[in-house]
Design a protein around this ligand. Structure first.
Ligand SMILES: *[C@@H]1O[C@H](CO)[C@@H](O)[C@H](O)[C@H]1NC(C)=O
Length: 271
């Protein structure tokens, strides 16, 4: 076993350096570390990453399995942690890029290098889906904006708007951040070929791109940030200890087989 320790220690060192250099300024990295430190969050996240990176025979990804695993992540994971990953506030493109990539957009969101489909097609697919339809209705109701109030949401609905938005991740209209320089979100679709349904198409798109309640709720997540992660990170200040929890929450590094740990560590580096 001794001759195998070299690469493993090197990998551990690289991971330590990597997290140390980012920890100060990148809240999406902080959110990822908080999730790693929580056995349930970590297990559900590993599940969706594995599913979403899987390949099917025709070269695509197993999107429906990826979507199901994402829905499980948000329905069963601790909300403080799952929302911290989804809404981590960013001030740099590096953070914004990480936030945009967190939920494996190549499989869950956009497909592999294709042109965006029509939003009408996405909307119709959602209407036909018994998973998607109620979630879209909830999102519409929970993120309804009213121009005159302070936070732009109806009756302090900011938090339920964020929950409803998270509920759309893993459906036919999975939204994501559209770039790494803003907190703008949208599903992967456009209204170019919508013909005489253009208004309907733009109204649907506007639920994401021109929604002051949703924008305000995402922004105000920023102000709650310290309390969200304080408890989660408080007991895991020693980075060495945190890494020992990576392979599995209830098993120390010694005594585990290296073959089972290495892929997990590599997966960690990707997350
Ligand atoms: C941000 O996005 C732009 C455009 O997609 C890309 O060229 C750039 O590399 C990204 N920045 C980072 C830090 O990933």
């Amino acid at each position: 076993m001794a001759h195998c320790m070299g690469p493993v220690l090197l990998l551990l060192l690289l991971l330590l350096l990597g997290s140390a250099s980012f920890a100060g300024g990148n809240r999406c990295v902080d959110a990822a570390e908080a999730c790693t430190a929580n056995a349930l969050c970590q297990r559900l996240r590993t599940e969706y990453v594995e599913q979403c990176l899987g390949r099917v025979v025709n070269g695509g990804c197993p999107r429906s399995r990826c979507h199901r695993a994402l829905r499980r992540f948000f329905s069963r994971g601790p909300q403080a942690l799952t929302h911290a990953l989804l809404f981590c506030p960013c001030a740099s493109p590096a953070c914004g890029e990480r936030r945009r990539q967190t939920f494996v957009p190549a499989c869950a969101f956009s497909g592999l290098g294709q042109e965006p489909p029509s939003c009408l097609a996405r909307m119709d697919a959602c209407e036909r889906s018994r998973v998607c339809r109620p979630r879209l209705l909830t999102f519409q109701a929970s993120c309804a904006s009213v121009p005159i109030t302070q936070d732009s949401c109806l009756r302090d609905q900011g938090p339920s708007c964020l929950r409803a938005y998270a509920g759309l991740v893993g459906t036919a209209i999975t939204p994501n951040y559209v770039d790494n320089a803003s907190a703008r979100v949208a599903p992967w679709c456009d209204c170019r070929a919508s013909g005489n349904r253009r208004e309907e198409c733009e109204a649907f798109q506007g639920l994401f791109t021109r929604n002051r309640c949703l924008d305000g709720a995402i922004q105000s997540f920023d102000s709650q940030w310290p309390s969200i992660l304080q408890d989660q990170l408080g007991s895991h200040h020693d980075p060495g200890q945190r890494l020992l929890q990576v392979p599995s929450a209830d098993r120390p590094l010694e005594g585990s087989s290296l073959q089972s740990i290495l892929p997990v560590l590599v997966l960690q580096a990707l997350l």
